[in-house]
Design a binder for this molecule. Sequence first.
Ligand SMILES: *[C@@H]1O[C@H](CO)[C@@H](O)[C@H](O)[C@H]1NC(C)=O
Ligand SMILES: *[C@@H]1O[C@H](CO)[C@@H](O)[C@H](O)[C@H]1NC(C)=O
Ligand SMILES: *[C@@H]1O[C@H](CO)[C@@H](O)[C@H](O)[C@H]1NC(C)=O
Ligand SMILES: *[C@@H]1O[C@H](CO)[C@@H](O)[C@H](O)[C@H]1NC(C)=O
Length: 463
Amino acid sequence: MRPPGRPALALPLPLLLLPLLPAPRPAARFHPTWESLDARPLPAWFDQAKVGIFVHWGVFSVPSFGSEWFWWYWQQEKIPKFVDFMKNNYPPDFKYGDFGPLFTAKFFNASQWADIFQASGAKYVVLTSKHHEGFTLWGSEYSWNWNAVDEGPKRDIVKELELAVRNRTNLRFGLYYSLFEWFHPLFLKDKFSSFHKRQFPVSKTLPELYELVNEYRPEVVWSDGDGGAPDAYWNSTGFLAWLYNESPVRDTVVTNDRWGAGTICKHGGYYTCSDRYNPGHLLPHKWENCMTIDKFSWGYRRDAGISDYFTIEELVKQLVETVSCGGNLLMNIGPTRDGTISAVFEERLRQMGTWLKVNGEAIYETHTWRSQNDTITPDVWYTSKPKENLVYAMFLKWPTSRQLFLGQPKATLGATEVKLLGHGEPLNWIPCKQNGMMVELPRLTFSQMPCKWGWTLALTNVT
Ligand SMILES: *[C@@H]1O[C@H](CO)[C@@H](O)[C@H](O)[C@H]1NC(C)=O
Ligand SMILES: *[C@@H]1O[C@H](CO)[C@@H](O)[C@H](O)[C@H]1NC(C)=O
Ligand SMILES: *[C@@H]1O[C@H](CO)[C@@H](O)[C@H](O)[C@H]1NC(C)=O
Ligand SMILES: *[C@@H]1O[C@H](CO)[C@@H](O)[C@H](O)[C@H]1NC(C)=O
């Protein structure tokens, strides 16, 4: 039935246009099961990015001694080195909480950090919004007096870094978040009940995770620290279904695999498998090598010597191995309690940036090749860009003979072209008797070298 006197076909214009409006988003594409969540395609930006920076910062940066696990080693494991450090340097009744006010972040300038991150060539950054100590770097509603707005810096560190990274750089902004807290009374109570009680995740972890995502829109949610509890205790699948279906970052967010005991290397987004994971072979699932420039600690250590830090040659090696095998490299730095990035970390990051300026073509947005490393010459690692018919051979030792033997590429006379990135001139090469090719590297003086810690040959038309 329609009102009388109105012609049937003359619909008002807005109604005719309705079908052209975007359809409402289908609700609940993902269900709170691993089967459904694991099937979500990883947003493409992550695999293209290849390089990220990890930042471990918190109250542990105040003692800045030994490890970011300071509190645990001192009071739980009572490791003599840590117990003695406290005995020798602090009054007898000094508690870990007393470090809170000393976390001043006096010189913290998020814009400066952002500029260093940009110069490093990294494409994303992941900040510890809360480590196992429980101190939140934002003014969490659920972390009374143990957060950076009420205590220590009296600033919203997460917001400042988020704005600086988003305003000044083209890096994606990500957040690390520890599910459990070593000494939180509710967590300990739940643990005592063998995780049948769920007071801690319901009143602390989950509200904080929702708050973090809604407030800071991280595009990486880097979960850690299951505390031995299963994912059902954390309600990880419930949170992830919300993250993927409804959250403000549902289309671009990536997550890792640390969502409860037994999920690592098995469920979630990309795999991290273990700290410093670098398998040396291709994996069928996207993965990330999270490692730290200080070989022994993620948090800043005043007791670190220069040999405790990876050299730029070692970092470049990590990067090319990782990317050739399908991984991303997440390189960690530990800022000081003052909020400065120590000169050694800054130098490594800037060095990586200068290396990537020349060789980034062989890293960003590349694919793995049929072979990850060479069969004749050690320390040669391959990536590829199939659409452009390019294979990249990254090599870490410049042969004294200037002859680089590559066992894997099948080259064709008249079709194959070889160039050194940052040099540009086509290089001479000849096919080898058995298989592969020998490339004659250019005669370059030290100052003519396009870079000094590893080089890349771009091979066009090889199979
Ligand atoms: C923070 O760093 C930026 C970039 O180096 C600089 O322009 C700005 O003046 C600094 N702000 C303060 C308060 O020092
Ligand atoms: C970043 O940009 C926003 C929006 O333009 C502005 O309000 C804010 O002050 C900027 N923050 C920084 C740290 O540059
Ligand atoms: C888990 O999270 C989902 C999504 O927020 C929620 O609907 C569900 O009630 C939660 N389950 C438990 C057991 O907490
Ligand atoms: C590289 O290639 C060689 C020869 O094919 C192989 O034996 C080796 O395991 C590979 N991986 C690494 C990490 O060198």
